[in-house]
Design a protein around this ligand. Sequence first.
Ligand code: AMP
Ligand code: MG
Length: 334
Amino acid sequence: MQTEVLIVDPQSPETIPIARAAEVLRRGGLVAFPTETVYGLGANALDAAAVRRIFEAKGRPANNPIIVHVAEVEQARQLVAVWPLVGERLAVRFWPGPLTLVLPRRDMVPDIVTAGGPTVAVRMPAHPVSLALIRAAGLPIAAPSANRSTQLSPTRAEHVLHAMQGRIDLLLDGGPTSGGLESTVLDLTSAPPRLLRLGLITRSEIEAIIGPIVVSSAPPTGEASLPSPGMLPRHYAPRTPLECAADGSARVKELREAGLRVGRLALSDGGEIELPGVTTVRMPAEPSAYAAQFYATLHVLDAAGLDRIVVDLPPDHEEWLAIRDRLRRASTPP
Ligand code: AMP
Ligand code: MG
């Protein structure tokens, strides 16, 4: 398969590429497109055969359900069996935006989208290209991140092409995505609601709207009982072994002395930065700026032929929790 690439203006997407991509989706094809979090790999959410092609293209295990993207609250309500008041209040506050809500599904949602489970995850992305595409297709779009399963998420069109060229029909290239981390996933089927994946919207932002929620702890080992595979211990990972360090400069010196080729994600306020023989990227000391560059930086270091990537661990503060969570999952177990 040839992957067609169409450039699109991220702020005011042109009609022609959007119409072309919508047509591909309507006839059961796969389209990668930018969202405000990372690039998504979309298919018609109501077409089981089309969604199956997402699993094939990603090498995604069948027990991992897919988020359905909508352009209106009404479109989400058509997919769910109940739309609770808390859902309405969260949607009013955070949609379009990086918050995914898990709710009881309706029968029209194919089993493959929900991994056979009784719930469906829905979200309205805050990106003009995503919204234009969903509206032009006139369909809800099932879309996980546009990377091969367990690997780094794509925040630029080139990351998508690298992983997916020849596996998908079309890529809408709308430039780098701004958010850089995946959406927060919140399960509204349990009381109190349960955070299944940390993301750009924080726990306290959610609690300010609907009151106390709980954070899902690490999943049990049995695959069937996973609350959400985004909670898997290893996920979002580079191929190069990665480790976090409280004192990054001491750790890279140690590894250098042992003869390893080392790369480092340093915090710009974190002590001694430039060390000879170490490929160092100075990351912003502000969480949203850090998140926006995070995957792109890991993609670069992962391609640099290194033996080890050392990451200075950001502080244990709420606004860093989603990044610390991704770092933990990207780390190689000792
Ligand atoms: P991604 O594949 O990167 O888009 O991630 C989607 C995340 O949402 C994964 O962690 C999924 O496991 C999670 N997810 C999608 N649908 C559901 C659902 N119905 N229930 C729980 N988690 C879900
Ligand atoms: Mg993903």
